[in-house]
Ligand binder design. Structure first.
Ligand code: AP5
Length: 210
């Protein structure tokens, strides 16, 4: 199955994508994670992307389209994949269509802006393995460390409250129009994100029919 996870920053796309990815044994492709890794390693692409990401702006379309083209060409995508955070603009969606990629379902996770701000303030991430936690809703059993690999957890730079506000504005202006794009193709399904993570997971799996 080829799935797009769609929704505002912090809506829970990465969290649900990880669960579905394990269940279906297909890779999750997160453009955000790929860009953060490139920044960490210091590649040219990472250097170009850093100022956009840290201000909560979108990285230019041609950069992310190039990332996706390369990644979808890899063998592990042949049996299906999850796109988390791509496409984020109409030109990105059109580029995906031009690549001849067939999408089975676009799953929107809806969470209000108010709840997003609360969620982002408690998010903790593992800089080594990429696992995501929340201090209240999904704490690590290892406290301040990752319960999967033991690394000290950190706070993403773009989770600072003023950056979160910018990301929400960008989402409403540039990404939300994709709902009409995919709804007109009959591909859009919406799940309302619940307070309990396991409830969101149940609704997500139901919506995907798995
Ligand atoms: P990216 O990494 O994709 O960030 P995002 O879309 O803003 O999404 P997040 O990773 O912040 O949140 P999420 O929805 O995955 O939520 P999560 O599961 O972590 O992109 C970062 C940046 O890269 C962008 O701003 C842009 O600059 C650039 N970029 C990336 N792709 C691009 C593209 N295509 N074009 C241009 N630029 C691009 O959950 C959030 C928190 O809530 C966690 O703490 C989690 O534990 C908690 N939580 C999750 N579910 C629940 C629940 N049901 N109840 C309570 N808490 C929950």
């Amino acid at each position: 199955m080829n799935i797009i996870f769609f929704g505002a920053p912090g809506a829970g796309k990465g969290t649900q994508a990880e669960i579905v990815s394990t269940k279906l044994n297909i890779p999750t492709i997160s453009t955000g994670a790929i860009i953060r890794e490139a920044i960490k390693v210091g590649t040219d692409m990472g250097k170009e992307a850093q100022s956009f990401i840290e201000k909560g702006k979108l990285v230019p379309d041609e950069v992310v389209i190039g990332i996706i083209k390369d990644r979808l060409g890899k063998d592990d995508c042949k049996g299906g994949f999850i796109l988390d955070g791509f496409p984020r603009t109409i030109p990105q969606a059109e580029a995906l269509d031009r690549m001849g990629v067939k999408i089975d379902v676009v799953l929107e996770l809806y969470v209000s802006d108010e709840d997003i701000v609360t969620r982002m303030s408690g998010r903790r991430v593992c800089p080594k393995c990429g696992a995501t936690y929340h201090t209240k809703f999904n704490p690590s059993t290892a406290g301040e460390n990752c319960d999967k690999c033991g690394e000290m957890l950190s706070i993403r730079k773009d989770d600072a409250p003023d950056v979160v506000k910018s990301r929400l504005v960008v989402y409403h202006n540039e990404t939300e129009p994709l709902k009409d794009y995919y709804s007109s193709k009959g591909l859009l399904k919406t799940v309302v994100g619940q307070e309990e993570l396991s409830d969101t997971t149940r609704l997500t799996l139901e919506a995907l029919g798995i």
